[in-house]
Design a protein around this ligand. Structure first.
Ligand code: ATP
Length: 379
């Protein structure tokens, strides 16, 4: 069976027409004075989903999260949780908890007291609190650190205390605003997997805000790509990467080559595209493009092969010259300047320690790709 990307997961309520959304943003607009931070946005999130809001700084991600938590009210539109309109319900009455970027731990309290704080405020009986705190400490693997204060912990450990504290009250939905922002790269990666395991174990719905695409791709079931207060695409990470709906999304996530051209011919399965210099390519996945339409063909660097000779079996092969090479260890990135001047980025996995077809700067070279290697997008 072929599937987009390499992941097959049985959890996909968004494809089930009978599945009931858990969180619904219904034509939500948020204005600050005459500035529109969120613009008539609609979005649904399902129970137990790990959902990521991804976008550049200022695109409205945090505002969306804050409205769900109850720190802001929409200017217009509705937010529903499990069918209930949240308007007017104060944050502490919503089955939602938020973990802030700064973690906001109490510096004078021990780890266990930090975790217990919300439970005490709720009036939970003492033995129950003790049990719950022990459970939480185990969950985030901080049993030995219960008596320490936040300043006696590493950044990663503090992050785990914040996490334990925010799930201690068993919210139905956990909102995380740049949860790993303060961690270094290696720790971030480890923590991403921990967060995913934790979410699975607790069966909660997570909504995470991030500007880091790798983080969103790693953790989320689905991603909403946002720009200027609007949603540009909502899809699984593999769909976002392999089948971006627009130039914006294709550019925003990962590297991409764009070939501008006109549709010369359309048949049931293939689309023939002519570039400005007359070069022809044949592609599948022609989308809705009609004959003569101005389009772009978007293709990821790893789907392009670079070789010194024209591959005999290649449907699409364009000739040029090696312009730049970057050897990165696991892969090598080539920039090839085609004869019409366009620079194509291609990356080759260094699956072996030696290469059969070594290329160097200024060598003549061919770039080739399969007809199903990219997508046709409107210009
Ligand atoms: P970042 O990644 O930088 O946190 P973001 O996507 O989360 O960005 P928001 O915090 O949602 O962005 O802000 C969206 C826009 O709304 C920004 O331009 C911001 O300046 C503006 N904004 C947010 N809160 C307020 C406020 N209380 N008053 C006025 N403008 C605000």
């Amino acid at each position: 069976m072929k599937s987009l990307g390499s992941i097959r997961r049985d959890f996909a309520p968004w494809n089930d027409p009978n599945a009931k959304p858990y969180i619904q943003f219904d034509n939500v607009t948020k204005k600050f004075g005459d500035f529109t931070a969120v613009n008539n946005l609609s979005l649904t999130i399902f129970e137990r989903e790990f959902f990521a809001l991804l976008g550049a700084s200022g695109c409205g991600k945090s505002t969306l999260l804050r409205m769900l938590a109850g720190f802001e009210e929409p200017t217009s539109g509705r937010i529903l949780l499990d069918g209930q309109d949240l308007r007017g319900i104060p944050p502490y009455r919503r089955p939602v908890n938020m973990m802030f970027q700064s973690y906001a731990l109490f510096p004078h309290m021990t780890v266990e007291n930090n975790i217990a704080f919300g439970l005490k405020q709720e009036g939970m009986p003492k033995p129950d609190i003790e049990k719950r705190v022990a459970e939480m400490l185990k969950l985030v693997k901080l049993e030995q650190f219960a008596k320490r204060k936040p300043h006696q912990l590493s950044g990663g450990q503090r992050q785990r205390v914040a996490l334990a504290r925010s799930v201690a009250k068993r919210p139905k939905v956990l909102l995380l605003d740049e949860p790993l922002g303060a961690l270094d790269k290696k720790l971030r990666e480890e923590t991403q997997f921990e967060l995913m395991d934790l979410q699975q174990e607790l069966g909660l719905t997570f909504v995470v805000v991030t500007h880091d695409q790798e983080e969103a791709m790693t953790m989320a079931d689905r991603i909403a790509i946002m720009d200027k207060g609007e949603v540009m695409q909502v899809a699984t990470p593999a769909e976002i990467y392999e089948a971006p709906a627009s130039r914006f999304v294709a550019h925003f996530v990962g590297n991409v080559n764009m070939f501008e051209g006109k549709v010369a011919e359309r048949s049931a399965n293939t689309t023939r595209i002519t570039g400005p210099s007359g070069a022809q390519i044949v592609v599948e996945n022609g989308g809705a493009a009609t004959a003569n339409a101005d389009i772009v063909f978007a293709i990821r660097p790893e789907k392009i092969r670079v070789s010194s000779k024209k591959p005999a079996d290649a449907v699409n092969a364009l000739e040029g010259e090696v312009y730049d090479i970057a050897y990165l260890g696991d892969m090598t990135v080539y920039h090839v300047r085609l004869d019409d001047g366009q620079i194509v980025r291609a990356s080759a996995l260094n699956a072996a320690r030696v290469t059969e077809d070594p290329l160097t700067w200024n060598d003549r070279a061919w770039v080739s790709f399969r007809p199903d290697a990219g997508v046709v997008l409107a210009r």
